[in-house]
Design a protein around this ligand. Structure first.
Ligand code: DSN
Length: 433
């Protein structure tokens, strides 16, 4: 075979792998990974646009390149739509991921050697809040919030003492395993009193915050709320920073974002973000309410099926997540693998009782309901999912075919305008300019 033909075969292989991924993860699986979601068809259709090829550094109307008129229009509208959803004064929408947004905050508001209070890994803290993650590039002086006995919630009385005693520069809320609200309203006044910045990493719960189904960190006293746009907020993979700081105070964040941390900002994902923001303005509250209702029902159904669901005495969850202790089934690693072999996708996760270094095979599974909610599932479907999990983990049955048949009923993205337009195959010829 000629070398060029060999390479073309490689291209066909790439296309086939992507086709298999779409067919499997998008249409056949029960996806319970708590940090993922699915774009609507209309948002996804815009991902392959010419914006993928272009640069647009700076702000709309103040770029360093010519030819940016169309992205300027999209970016300006997107910023306004995001501000409308979160009812805030400032929005930095150029960051390309949640961790990128976090880095901007570490640099702008913490700085080198700052003392920070954050959540520990076994309490659900994100890797970027740890000495070995992004924050560790700036400081290793990271204290952990004291916890209540359940391990998931901050002990407010002890936390107040900690802030007064240690006088941190930054207090940081938010986690990757987040079942309950963070005590922002209780602790922000204490932190502000000593001049600390109050930061909330809402990567996971951004869609619940925007949908008014969870706490509102900015209204409760946080200076900055960061988030990923692709977890409970069901958009493309990007990051945002939101705030009510005045324009003068916000300048620091703006300058660290660009040129401090970004050059271009992956323009092809902005039109899908704007479409998702419009979907969210229309349907976000119903969606967020259903996500939380589904998570509570999934927790209850798993508990009734005999699983050691975390925080059962606290109502399991106030978010999209449910945590299950699967030590009895060999731990999180083999349990998540067995579920995956049955087309139920989730991830292993540390639980508060785990030692910090137990990451390979921690005790828990973390399950999220946001993506399946977006595909139209309701409480009764959560009971079916709990039954599938029981048959796999407790009865060692193969249920993959049943899972695929079940999932076949949920193929379109709800809480979107997908039904309002022709499918791409039927779309009219593009207009010429
Ligand atoms: N690692 C992601 C999560 O699953 O929580 C967040 O970055």
């Amino acid at each position: 075979m000629e070398p060029a033909a060999l390479r073309e075969e490689g291209v066909r292989e790439v296309e086939e792998i992507v086709r298999r991924q779409d067919a499997w993860r998008l249409t056949r699986t029960i996806n319970l990974i708590a940090s993922e979601n699915a774009l609507s068809r209309r948002a996804r259709a815009l991902l392959g646009s010419d914006f993928n090829h272009r640069y647009a550094e700076g702000h709309p109307g103040a770029r360093y390149y010519q030819g940016t008129e169309h992205i300027d229009a999209i970016e300006a509208k997107c910023r306004e739509a995001i501000k409308e959803i979160f009812e805030c004064r400032q929005a930095e929408i150029r960051t390309i991921s949640g961790t990128n947004a976090n880095d901007v905050v570490w640099c702008a508001l913490a700085g080198h050697g700052a003392k920070v209070v954050a959540n520990a890994l076994p309490a659900g803290g994100h890797i970027s809040h740890q000495p070995l993650g992004g924050l560790g590039k700036f400081t290793t002086d990271i204290l952990h919030w004291p916890r209540l006995e359940d391990g998931f919630r901050v002990d407010v009385a002890k936390a107040k003492d900690l802030i007064v005693r240690e006088r941190p520069k930054v207090v940081l809320f938010g986690r990757s395993l987040i079942l309950f609200r963070e005590p922002v309203a209780e602790l922000a006044p204490v932190a502000r009193e000593i001049g600390a910045s109050v930061i909330y990493d809402g990567a996971h719960v951004l869609g619940l915050i925007g949908g008014k189904a969870f706490q509102d960190p900015l209204a409760e006293g946080a200076h900055v709320l960061m988030g990923s746009t692709h977890k409970t907020f069901p958009g493309p993979q990007r990051g945002v920073l939101l705030s009510n700081l005045d324009d003068e105070q916000w300048k620091k964040i703006d300058r660290v974002a660009f040129p401090g941390s970004l050059s271009n900002h992956h323009l092809m994902t902005l039109p899908p973000l704007l479409v998702t923001a419009y979907e969210f303005l229309a349907f976000g509250r119903d969606y967020a309410r259903q996500v939380v209702a589904n998570a509570k029902h999934l927790g209850r159904s798993l508990h009734q099926a005999g699983f050691a669901v975390a925080a059962a005495d606290l109502g399991y969850t106030e978010t999209h997540q449910v945590a299950v202790d699967v030590s009895a089934f060999g731990g999180g690693a083999p349990s998540s693998e067995r579920l995956k072999n049955n087309d139920i996708i989730c991830n292993r996760n540390q639980l508060p009782k785990d030692p910090p270094k137990k990451v390979g095979n921690p005790s828990g599974l973390r399950l999220g309901t946001q993506e399946m909610t977006r595909f139209g599932m309701k409480e009764r479907d959560m009971a079916d999912i709990a039954r599938f999990v029981r048959r796999v983990l407790k009865e060692a049955k193969y249920v993959g075919d049943d899972v695929v048949a079940f999932r076949r009923r949920y193929q379109s993205v709800h809480y979107s305008f997908d039904n309002e337009a022709a499918s791409p195959d039927e779309a009219p010829e593009p207009e010429t300019e």
